[in-house]
Design a protein around this ligand. Sequence first.
Ligand code: UD1
Ligand code: UDP
Length: 370
Amino acid sequence: MADQPEIAIVLGTRPEIIKLAPIIRHCRERSIPHTVIHTGQHYSDSLNDVFFAELGLPEPEYELEVGSASHGKQTGEMIVEIEDVLLEAEPATVLVQGDTNSVLAGAIATSKLSIDLGHVESGLRSHDRTMPEERNRVLTDHASDYLFAPTDQSRRALREEGIPDERIHVTGNTVVDAVEQNRTLAAERSSVFDDYDISRGEFCLLTAHRAETVDDEDRFASLLRGAGRVADALAREIVYPIHPRAANAVDEFDLVIPDGVRTIEPQQYLDFLALESEATLVLTDSGGVQEEACILGVPCVTLRENTERPETLAVDANVLVGTEPDAIHEGAVEMIDRTPAWPNPFGDGEAAERIVDAILRDEDRMTVTG
Ligand code: UD1
Ligand code: UDP
């Protein structure tokens, strides 16, 4: 039996694997006893296995295999299973990251036990309560003992909700750690441009997968028309690695992918980073992709009415355009020539170390004072 873990890391989806990888890596480098609990929210190879392989992560110690279901069923099953694991493993602290159902389940299960909860990427707010992610974030933040806010802006949001200062740690976002650790590898190793016959610097990159976008037939159709308009206006192909949720919606609603827009399989992280780095423009409804475009110096057009990443707007790296074709077209024309001179607002790539240090500092203090 391994040492009792100081830290249990709960994850379940693509962005959580990517953004928690620097923390897992850091724990391994410092031989800090830790364990990884995978809820199984994402299970397809292209959303899951490939990331463990290329980020050099070991297989999770616990695989809960919860899979897809309605929000309540999926979250409820995860809570039951996570509780069993926590009772067995007895970690001192549980870490969750972001805003998915896996995060909320990890937060609820932990907060019912005498185990500390740390929320990585705390204090993000879209103020759009129709998004399941916004509710997951708010609930998780208010259950947490450690709130790892990536920026001063996210700390302010937490203070405004009455969260005591001593629980909040501004650390930067681990997305910067991940980009810094992998961008050179991506440039050296990715064969994505040859594999798909894509010319560097002569294409735009699209991702759209959010429930509020792709589960609404009219909105998704409008977004696709807008993407087609941009491909025409900029005379550039739009490459769209398509998430299974979006691919299912295209089939179900029988939507037309416009000329100039090419769907491809969801990409591995290094290939996706290579595509992002070499795109002339990113169009997205993803949270992580807005951050990465900003860090990589690629202008971004966000296909939503709001964002929980306002730092990207403040530095002029991103515009919000919604899903109407005219607005998407105007946003793309506005952003395509923007000089990427903005600062990176998400930190210095040392977030994982700060997060682990904050937890261990408190655990040491508890041991000393009994
Ligand atoms: C989830 C998160 C979202 C996050 C996204 C990251 C919630 C509420 N949503 O959305 O915030 O941005 O992950 O990618 O937690 N599916 C597969 N293979 C899989 C997983 C899902 O084909 O491995 C398909 C299934 O048809 C499933 C659908 O995608 O019903 C949606 O999956 P789900 O986990 O409910 O949410 P995501 O859309 O992936
Ligand atoms: N990503 C990837 N392959 C893809 C699309 C995205 O590796 O085909 C990565 C991307 O680099 C980012 C993360 O997935 O780190 C974003 O995840 P997603 O858009 O699914 O979720 P969100 O950030 O919106 O929650």
